[in-house]
Design a protein around this ligand. Structure first.
Ligand code: MG
Length: 392
């Protein structure tokens, strides 16, 4: 064995950012907890980092709810509170790492990219042996043009461009200096802050598996990229709801307000159509009913706009790694006429569920003046929801 005279490099530290709200994806739980192949999204990165022998530990930046859902952290890992913005979250992690050596390599990574591999980590750490900063990039495969008021403008030279991924690797001291200088400035990633110090940021080959979870459909894309075998089953649920018609109340059906002499009575806005769809989705999930999740006895739901119930149910589907294939709503009413409002209801329901319009059906019928609906005492609605759900 050759004797090494060089001082030993401290083991690398990971900063795993799991503080975002995932608002674009429309997840009910933070998207970092969305299930991918039966495992919470942020676990993928956490497991890869903690299994890598060159990495001694890290900081998980996540709020208390995420920490509670995750349970314990691997050895050598601590947690830090997220900031309002990504940059503040990294700054909080740096405070948590105050007693670490400036020479330590640090990898800053977004939990929304679960496909981090040991090979990318190796390439970044190798680059840090000769550079103060390194980031993974990918070429741009598509032709790029400038948008020119809805028309295709000039072609941009894609050969001069690259897509930037994470993890991004730095010497801890370099990252500290970049953040200390950036107190008044903002950037969407740390490499930009480091470049402002005049530091050269090396690039290494990125990896398609580092695809970022932004939208709900990215779960399916990531499953394919990461080779997760997902068995899918079809689940169908039905919902039925009735509310009483009373004078001088607004009438909400199918997520829209309809001009009418009477409105529906109920604890919330009494939108019988959205309630039926909500129960249909919960039924397909075998996840109780609307009253279990939003008890009428709980004053906080008084007057609630029912799209919140439907959004909740749709988010439960996403959280399971599933998707809504179709909903079919039938409104049973003698009056008002539903026909003129069908298009608006379909559009609103599709919007709330974040699914295409052609997956939403709204139908209506009378009961030929028979029964309580025929006597205009109330309005009923029934719905069927068809979901695709991963097998556990
Ligand atoms: Mg109801």
């Amino acid at each position: 064995m050759a004797e090494s005279a060089s001082p030993t490099t401290p083991r690398a530290i990971a900063i795993l950012l799991a503080g975002g709200q995932g608002s674009r994806a429309g997840f009910a739980v933070p998207k970092q907890l969305a299930l991918l192949g039966g495992k919470a999204l942020l676990r993928w990165s956490l497991d890869t980092f903690s299994a890598h022998t060159a990495i001694g530990g890290g900081v998980l930046v996540a709020n208390d709810d995420v920490m509670a859902a995750l349970g314990s952290l691997p050895d050598g890992w601590i947690s830090a509170d997220p900031g309002a913005e990504r940059q503040q979250s990294v700054a909080n992690a740096l405070i948590a790492l105050a007693d670490h050596d400036d020479a330590a390599p640090v990898l800053v990574h977004d939990a929304a990219r679960p496909g981090v591999t040991a090979e990318v980590i190796d390439r970044l750490l190798a680059a840090l042996a000769v550079a103060e900063a390194a980031i993974p990039t990918l070429p741009v495969p598509d032709t790029l043009v400038v948008q020119d008021e809805g028309a295709a403008g000039d072609v941009v030279d894609r050969g001069a461009l690259a897509r930037v991924q994470t993890p991004q690797a730095f010497r801890l001291g370099t990252l500290r200096r970049a953040h200390a200088k950036a107190v008044e400035a903002t950037a969407t990633d740390d490499a930009q802050l480091v470049r402002r110090l005049g530091v050269t940021v090396a690039t290494v080959a990125g990896d398609a598996r580092l695809h970022k979870l932004t939208y709900a459909e990215d779960i399916a894309i990531l499953s394919g990229l990461l080779g997760i075998e997902t068995m899918i089953r079809t689940a169908v649920g039905m919902g039925y709801d009735v509310h009483r018609l009373v004078a001088h109340k607004p009438l909400w059906i199918g997520g829209i307000e309809i001009e009418h002499s009477h409105g529906l009575e109920g604890h919330s806005d009494a939108d019988v159509g959205l309630h039926a769809i909500t129960d249909a989705i919960l039924g397909a999930l075998a996840d109780g009913d609307i009253g279990d999740h939003f008890p009428p006895s709980d004053p906080q739901w008084r007057g609630t706009a029912s799209h919140r119930f439907l959004e909740f149910a749709a988010n439960r589907v996403v959280d399971r790694g599933g998707r809504i294939d179709h909903v079919d709503l039938t409104i049973i009413a003698e009056a008002p006429k539903i026909g003129p409002h069908r298009a608006a209801m379909r559009a609103r329901i599709a919007e709330i569920l974040a699914i295409p319009l052609d997956r939403v059906s709204v139908k209506a019928t009378t009961t030929e003046r028979l029964g309580f609906t025929g006597r205009r005492e109330g309005i009923a609605a029934q719905a069927v929801a068809t979901l695709q759900l991963p097998e556990n």
